[in-house]
Design a protein around this ligand. Structure first.
Ligand code: PHE
Ligand code: ZN
Length: 887
């Protein structure tokens, strides 16, 4: 039976472990661990003489001794969850010997084999798959790690901290010892061993120390590490300059592996990365890969202070480190882009991700507050809510308090909690103290799920030239939370006159007008009324600029007003947002027209708005590219009362085609004007030009331009970088062009030996449409699961092909006969046996089944039931997802 864990049930650990010495005898088949623990009862524990419980999972106990005396059967108890030892009522030295098999570890949690290497992953609860330990983040210990292994198999052996000893043993083996000076929770432990090579560099810190940086990879990947190392240097410098935080180690290492469940992991001084977030060169990485790598390298590095030095009391507090660290990496990425309009592009991307993934999660059966109240399996709560919405909550604090005060609060948070395992209150309290502000109302953001709807209705009083805004906020019920209290919401307001210039935002009761520009207000209650005066004409309102709060805003703007903002808003984020809204509305209109069988033309307003942006000489290519990017079908569908993925797909195609057709020569000119010459460089300017050129080619191609088709094919053959090559392949694969088959085969032949490229190729296959006369995508995907370059054991393969198909190709996945769903069920059950975390992620593809038309919903429900029927075989991870989806 699934066990639910509640936040309120937290109890301090019964015992503390001050130090741990780990000795590994490495072997891929069977590794032996001897663990020596200095254990003592926790003075803060209220229970009297509780037994010591050490978690242990999928590992084999060989012996336990206390202060040198081996315990006999009956003096301890061991079961599938761990080891219980009664009678530890004073400080003791505990010695445990156990074994496990890295090779057999397909869950990729604990220590596992990745090719010829061994890798570890301990967050959240992987350490218990290495040795018996109190596997919880509030037990902080000092680690000494001794690793022994055959020199031939493991020429490189790494762990956290400093290398203090290195010696050859007689039998062709080597022994290394690492000491990590900082106490840490076990989820930050790491071990890496194998045939790795490194790119290394010295780096001078601001405080005068010089540190060693290195990036460790398989030998064939050494030419993909420069960007990683350079990103790390930029991250270190930025953390010094923006937050005054220094690297606290002499040595900082990054390792890349092809076998990894998530993106990357912040193990102390030894970050481990999924290779897709760490490896780049112009042949294997696109412009967005370069950006992502910089962001993730930053993210993991920034955890060193927000996560490692200040850590979590329990897993409910996950957003304390993740929300804050995502906020930090977003700011880092934005700062690396430099000037304000480039920063805005970064913000637009971040918000698009939030809206596409997190809003959907917040509206479905897995909705949870950024700090959940309960969970069955913590691995299921590494969500976009905890991460991305968590980052928005931190950002709102900065907006409400101002950058300077926020920085004071941040400094206080670090100073006060360094070396401790704390809760989200530690952060809020530091902010409250630094600002002198009572932030208790703000904490609703931590305890309530769901995306608030903010509705604004305007009344213009022509006689007195007053504008009244009536604002109402409400948050729909979410599982377990039917009634919501109002949120404290930052509410920026700006007014534009008919020439598109900013006007002063002056309250009617005020005597003096402030300078024109954005003015910040706060919403605290369910309703609010603002009356503005001093207005020479009725303004167009520009609200929630920069996406100050993670809300769904209904500003009541007409299509004409949106078009005005799309053409004129001096705030680049809102200008983008207005254009995006026009595009979404246009797809809605076309979808509706299809469902009602009342054909109508795509609104001329959206077409002319798009064409104005395309031709505006003051806008950067990067901005134009994001502004004219079609909103995803899923994002649009999310707003429909009942989702018909096929109607949405048809509506989406119609809008894209109409915009393309009406602007065909402008798109072709734009494509021509944005050719990037010279060797590849992933700079924001060049990346922006590539993005705009490819967007323009895409529209022209969608409109049936033969010239575009030739340009695309030519680009595929001659591109000196993956961005352009992949964009060309993608456009071809999404069209009915006969030439596409050859291109796909060519790409496969050229990319076969590079996992990063194979994954991109798989995603193109999974997300393409199928045209009459072609095999259905379902059949293609099914066949690809059996090909030699795909393995269900490799998470990146699974994400590229299966998540691509289940989550990014709605019109091909939602087949009327339910065969797409049956395939989903089959894959979830197979993955469940291999890797529960990956299986659970794939399982979430049917979360929102209730939102679909009854015919589809019924078939999705049946597929969920078919997985549920195998309940006894399901991992707790998958069981929780299915149970909640069926809810
Ligand atoms: N803590 C990691 C990060 O956010 C994510 C992660 C979680 C990685 C669990 C692996 C396992 O950077
Ligand atoms: Zn993180």
């Amino acid at each position: 039976m699934a066990k639910t864990i509640y936040r309120g049930d937290y109890r301090a650990p019964t015992h503390l472990i001050d130090s741990i010495r780990l000795e590994f005898d490495l072997n891929a088949e069977e590794t032996l661990v001897k663990s020596t623990l200095e254990v003592r009862p926790n003075p803060e524990c209220t229970e009297k003489d509780p037994p010591l419980f050490l978690n242990g999972e999928d590992i084999t106990l060989r012996s336990v001794s206390i202060d040198g005396r081996e315990l006999k059967d009956g003096e301890y108890k061991v079961d599938s969850n761990g080891l219980t030892i009664p009678g530890i009522t004073s400080a003791q030295k505990l010695e445990i010997v156990n074994t496990f098999s890295p090779k057999a570890n397909t869950a990729l949690s604990g220590i596992y084999a990745s090719g010829v290497n061994l890798m570890s992953q301990c967050e959240a609860q992987g350490f218990r798959r290495i040795t018996f330990f109190e596997d919880r983040p509030d037990v902080l210990a000092r680690y000494t790690t001794v690793i022994r292994g055959a020199t031939e198999d493991f020429p490189v052996m790494l762990s956290n901290g400093n290398l203090t000893e290195e010696k050859s043993l007689e039998d062709g083996r080597r022994e290394v010892t690492y000491v990590d000076p900082f106490p840490k929770p076990c989820y930050l432990f790491a071990l890496v061993a194998g045939k790795l090579v490194s790119r290394a560099s010295k780096f001078d810190l601001k405080d005068g120390r010089t540190v060693d940086l290195s990036v460790w990879v398989d030998p064939q990947d050494l030419d993909k590490t420069e960007h990683t190392l350079e990103s790390l240097k930029r991250a270190i410098r930025w953390d010094e300059e923006r937050w005054g935080l220094e690297l606290d180690l002499k040595d900082f290492k990054i390792v890349a592996t092809n076998d990894f469940n998530f993106g990357a992991m912040e193990n102390k001084g030894l970050n481990i990365f999924n290779s897709r977030c760490a490896l780049a060169n112009p042949k294997v990485a696109t412009d967005s890969d370069y950006l992502r790598i910089e962001g993730v390298v930053g993210h993991e590095y920034f955890h060193n202070w927000t996560g490692d030095r200040v850590t979590l009391r329990d897993w409910f507090q996950l957003t304390l480190k993740e929300g804050l660290t995502v906020f930090r990496d977003q700011e880092f990425s934005a700062d690396m882009l430099g000037e304000p309009s480039a920063r805005a592009v970064q913000r637009i991307r971040d918000v698009s991700v939030l809206r596409a993934a997190q809003f959907m999660e917040d509206a479905g059966p897995m909705a949870h507050p950024i700090r959940p109240e309960s969970y069955q399996n913590i691995n299921n709560f590494y969500t976009s809510t905890v991460y991305e919405k968590g980052a928005e909550v931190i950002r709102m604090l900065q907006t409400l308090l101002g950058r300077e005060t926020f920085r004071k609060g941040f400094d206080l948070y670090i100073a006060r909690n360094d070396g401790h395992a704390v809760t989200c209150e530690a952060f809020i309290n530091a902010m409250a103290e630094a600002s002198g502000r009572d932030l208790s109302e703000f904490t609703n953001w931590y305890s309530q799920a769901g995306t608030p709807r903010v509705t604004v209705r305007r009344h213009w009083d022509e006689v007195n030239h007053r504008l009244t805004l009536n604002v109402r906020q409400s948050t729909p019920p979410t599982p377990g939370q039917s009634v919501k209290k109002p949120f404290l919401i930052p509410f920026p307001v700006a007014f534009l006159n008919s020439r598109g210039e900013e006007m002063p935002v002056q309250l009617a009761e005020e005597d003096e007008a402030p300078a024109p520009g954005t003015r910040m207000f706060e919403l605290t209650d369910e309703t609010a009324e603002f009356v503005f005066g001093g207005l020479e004409e009725e303004p167009v309102v520009s609200l929630n600029r920069g996406f100050a709060a993670p809300i769904i805003l209904d500003a009541g703007l007409s299509q004409e007003e949106l078009a005005f903002l799309a053409a004129n808003d001096p705030d680049p984020f809102n200008r983008w947002d207005a254009m995006n809204r026009l595009l979404i509305d246009a797809v809605h209109a076309q979808t509706r027209a299809r469902l009602l069988k009342t054909p109508e033309d795509v609104s001329p307003l959206v077409i002319s708005a798009a064409s104005k942006i395309l031709r505006d000489e003051n806008l950067s290519p990067a901005f134009k590219a994001v502004a004219l990017t079609m909103p995803g079908e899923k994002l649009v569908a999310e707003e429909d009362p009942l989702i018909d993925p096929h109607a949405v797909h048809a509506g989406w195609i119609a809008v894209r085609q109409a915009i393309g057709e009406k602007n065909i020569s402008a798109f072709l000119e734009t494509a021509q004007a944005n050719i990037v010459e010279g060797p590849y460089e992933p700079t924001p300017e060049k990346a922006g030009k590539r993005a705009l050129r490819n967007l323009a080619l895409g529209y022209a191609h969608a409109a049936g331009s033969p010239r575009a088709a030739i340009m695309i094919k030519d680009q595929f053959m001659t591109a000196n970088n993956l961005t352009d090559k992949l964009a060309a392949l993608h456009m071809m694969a999404n069209s009915q062009t006969p030439a596409k088959q050859d291109m796909e085969v060519d790409a496969l032949k050229a990319w076969y030996h590079e996992p990063l490229l194979i994954n991109k190729w798989l995603t193109i296959q999974a997300t393409a449409p199928s045209f009459p006369g072609e095999a259905r995508v379902l059949e293609r995907v099914r066949e690809l699961t059996r090909c030699p370059f795909f393995s269900l054991k490799n998470p990146n393969n699974v994400y590229a092909l299966l998540l691509g198909y289940f989550q990014q190709n709605p019109s091909e996945f939602h087949l009327a006969d339910g065969s797409g769903y049956a395939f989903w069920a089959e894959m979830v059950l197979e993955l469940n046996r291999i890797n529960p975390q990956v299986a659970a992620r794939v399982a979430r593809s049917l979360d929102n089944w209730r939102r679909y038309t009854p015919a589809l919903a019924e078939k999705m429900h049946a597929a969920l039931e078919s997985v549920e029927a195998k309940r006894s075989e399901l991992s707790p991870n998958v069981a929780e997802i299915i149970e909640k989806a069926l809810g």
